[in-house]
Design a protein around this ligand. Structure first.
Ligand SMILES: Nc1nc2c(c(=O)[nH]1)N[C@H]1C(S)=C(S)[C@@H](COP(=O)(O)OP(=O)(O)OC[C@H]3O[C@@H](n4cnc5c(N)ncnc54)[C@H](O)[C@@H]3O)O[C@H]1N2
Ligand code: MOO
Length: 414
């Protein structure tokens, strides 16, 4: 497969100290270059970042076209009671080639090129047709029902700027501009694996101490929303050898995301397995709650983000750290920390501890502006608060208590 061409430029700064959220995001971005461009067909454009400006190959509409079914005439002839001679027909796709003179009309249909000499289309409901004649029954106030050439765009107009994120409409816009595809940055591939002897698959009969393996479903959907693809490799048991095999399987991905086994327990082997595979650690913990054991490194050309196993920790740290990495690889101009918005608290918050915290919360647009309410239980093992949450409230390290209506920073989850 093709590799990140800039990977050789990466400078690794091993940091054993605990980084702040901003420092961790900066370290990730400093060690990540956007992927190489590729040309893709129109169907593949949504969600991708344009690698080059795209200009229109043709003018759209390419010709002045009728907006209605009726008769193309000279507006000066279109007075009530006038009789005009129908000299031909202009269906869409087969223009009438002659000139239309005074007292003449051409039968025309929606989308057809307007014949030379005409400047108005009378809708068929406004005339009485009698063999080769039409008689005008309704007053025509002004020249109408002609779409001039180029009202959408002109040949050479720039329709997409380099760096722009393409969405569901761009395929149609570029098709109308007579293009079959565009140059975009390659879609980052992530390889995800879980770790833990206790994990079993959904639908299993649980033995004592077992937990259902759930984190990777949310992660795959989040990754896809950030412009990447995700392959789930499976679950590694708690052994260095098993985990090393998963790192080897993921080596061709742009990002490897092990979930769990990130902390300091006797069975947390993920970082040691990563190092034995030749991985270089950039940082190994972040002063964030949830998500302290989040770590980041490089394994060959792949970036590796180790997520904590607790479900809320995994999801929050994916949003904070995998997201900018994925967006940078996908070609977006990601600068650093997430974009925060202000929202007024619906319920007060306690003073925060020493780690910057991200609370699962629901923000709503009300008549008094954006308000936000944190989930009552913020335990890092909980998944269900995310079902209702649409944002995270950021609480800076050691922030003092916040009262109802105080403004806090939120970051959208979707
Ligand atoms: N002595 C210390 N203990 C812990 C520390 C610490 O600093 N010192 N940090 C704590 C923090 S904070 C977190 S977060 C957790 C994360 O640890 P791990 O990444 O090693 O996670 P695991 O031990 O593997 O799992 C934690 C928890 O999550 C469940 N889990 C794991 N993977 C999945 C999955 N794919 N789907 C669903 N649930 C999963 C697992 O069963 C555990 O219950 O460490 C603290 N400990
Ligand atoms: O940082 Mo851990 O995610 O609090 O439980």
């Amino acid at each position: 497969m093709s590799k990140n061409p800039a990977a050789s430029l990466v400078t690794l700064t091993v940091a054993s100290k605990m980084l702040s959220v901003d420092e961790a995001i900066s370290a990730i971005l400093e060690n990540t270059e956007r992927l190489e461009p590729e040309t893709v067909p129109l169907e593949a454009l949504p969600g991708r970042i344009a690698a080059k400006d795209v200009s229109a190959q043709i003018t759209q509409p390419p010709f002045a076209a009728s907006a209605m079914d009726g008769y193309a005439v000279r507006f000066a002839d279109a007075s009530v009671g006038a009789t005009l001679t129908v000299i031909g027909e202009a269906p869409a796709g087969a223009p009438y080639s002659g000139m239309v003179d005074k007292g003449e009309a051409v039968r025309i249909f929606t989308g057809a090129a307007v014949p030379d000499g005409t400047d108005h289309v009378i809708i068929q409901e406004d005339v009485t047709r009698n063999d080769v004649h039409i008689q005008i029954r309704e007053p025509q106030d002004e020249p109408r029902h002609i779409r001039q050439a180029g009202i959408d765009f002109k040949q050479g107009d720039i329709l997409v700027r380099a760096g722009e994120r393409l969405h569901e409409i761009h395929g149609s816009v570029l098709a109308a501009a007579n293009l079959a595809g565009a140059q975009v940055y390659r879609r980052p591939k992530s390889a995800v694996f879980s770790n833990g002897d206790e994990l079993v698959e959904p639908g299993s009969t649980l033995k004592p101490g077992q937990i259902v393996n759930s984190n990777h479903y949310a992660l795959a959907a989040m990754v896809s929303g950030w412009g990447g693809s995700s392959e789930y490799l499976g679950r590694a048991v708690d052994s260095e050898d098993a985990i090393r095999a998963y790192f080897r399987r993921g080596r061709d991905a742009d990002i490897i995301i092990p979930i769990g086994g990130a902390s300091v327990g006797d069975y947390d082997f993920v970082k040691s397995a990563f190092k034995k595979e030749g991985g270089e650690l950039v940082f190994e913990k972040v002063a964030v709650r949830p998500g302290k054991p989040t770590w980041f490194g490089k394994l060959g050309n792949a970036s590796v983000v180790g997520l904590p196993g607790n479900p809320a920790s995994a999801i929050v740290t994916a949003a904070l750290f995998v997201q900018p990495l994925m967006r940078r690889l996908a070609g977006e101009s990601v600068q650093g920390a997430p974009v925060f918005h202000k929202a007024a608290l619906v319920t007060p918050l306690e003073a925060n501890g020493a780690r910057e915290s991200y609370l699962r919360a629901k923000a709503s647009l009300t008549s008094s502006g954006l308000t936000v309410s944190a989930a009552s239980n913020q335990d890092s093992s909980l998944l269900t608060p995310f079902s209702k949450a649409n944002c995270l409230i950021r609480r800076l390290a050691n922030a003092s208590a916040a009262a109802k209506n105080d403004a806090v920073d939120i970051v959208w989850l979707r």
